[in-house]
Write a protein that binds this ligand. Structure first.
Ligand code: NAP
Length: 281
């Protein structure tokens, strides 16, 4: 598995396995199968409410800790310096780990400056190897950078061929922040997996559309986390390092940008209200 080097020298697998919307009772099995398929980077979040099941699968796997890359995210209701400190300890406890590889602020809402100071403390104490953000547009990202000490290693955002965020990626890259894709397959929405251009490219390589989409991200060195509950799809999504898209194919895929907007608009007031109202129990 190719790795990328984050802005603090930490190595992160280019492709990982995400567990969003996998029910807690199914997560231990899914992560166990993902690890068996070869994934070593696992992406969870306090909000997914399946950290304990992820932790059980990691512990049962017998895979040495240093071969795993574990990411979690802190939720909005835990925003602020003190609350985030406790939330980080809670996540570590649920995951059964004494150190995280990456911890992200899940949403750019609430007192995320306080949360960031807490993550900076965790980073200095080596409880977290790298810290970052998620769903931050470049304006909020650059302001966070300006007013704090540690530059986020990663900004995990929604991106796929229909919503490419080329400008956002440039802004991140310029500031040393690695873009990480969530919903790289657009959750199968917008007809992305039936797209005629992607289908043609996939057929030319004897690959699936999902594989072409993930390969396109890998060639751009955008880290991605992809989810499946099915072992055959887990393996399919990992088999993207044995072929290469040509420059012409990359250009054709680039032209698909804008076919859809975001699945979730972090700047839409009603969407912000909705997400701020989500309380973890
Ligand atoms: N930071 C954030 O706010 C945020 C938000 C969303 C997601 N994420 C992270 O990103 C990860 C991935 O995003 P996502 O789960 O939203 O969406 P995704 O990975 O783009 O798509 C997952 C969907 O595609 C299907 N699928 C997977 N592989 C496939 C294949 N080879 N062929 C056809 N269909 C396939 C899955 O169905 P089956 O399960 O039935 O295979 C599932 O319905 C999440 O799990 C989470 O870790 C982060």
């Amino acid at each position: 598995m190719p790795q990328v080097t984050l802005n603090n020298g930490v190595e992160m697998p280019l492709l990982g396995f995400g567990v969003f919307q996998i029910p807690p009772e199914d997560t231990e099995r899914a992560v166990t199968e993902a690890l068996a398929a070869g994934y070593r980077s696992i992406d969870t979040a306090a909000a997914y409410q399946n950290e304990e099941a992820v932790g059980r699968a990691l512990a049962r796997s017998g895979i040495p800790r240093e071969e795993l890359f574990v990411t979690t995210k802190l939720w909005i209701q835990d925003a602020g310096e003190e609350k985030a400190k406790r939330a980080l300890e809670t996540s570590l406890g649920k995951l059964g780990l004494d150190r995280l590889d990456l911890c992200l602020i899940h949403q750019p809402y609430g007192d995320y400056y306080g949360t960031w100071r807490s993550l900076e403390a965790g980073y200095r104490q080596d409880t977290v190897r790298a810290i970052g953000v998620s769903n931050f547009h470049p304006d909020r990202l650059t302001d966070l950078i300006t007013h704090n000490d540690v530059v986020p290693a990663v900004d995990q955002v929604e991106t796929h061929p229909y919503f490419q965020r080329i400008g956002d990626e440039e802004a991140m890259r310029k500031r040393g922040v690695r873009m990480e894709a969530w919903s790289p397959l657009a959750q199968g929405r917008h007809g992305l997996l039936q797209d005629p251009v992607l289908t043609e490219v996939a057929q030319a390589h004897g690959k699936s559309v999902a594989q072409v989409v993930l390969r396109w991200l890998m060639q751009r060195e955008v880290v991605a986390v992809v989810k499946s509950t099915k072992p055959e799809r887990m393996r399919e999504n990992l088999a993207v390092f044995d072929f290469e898209l040509t420059d012409g194919e990359m250009t054709r895929i680039a032209a698909l940008d804008g076919t859809s907007g975001p699945g979730f608009d972090h700047r839409d007031a009603d969407s912000v209200d909705f997400i701020n109202s989500m309380q973890l129990t």
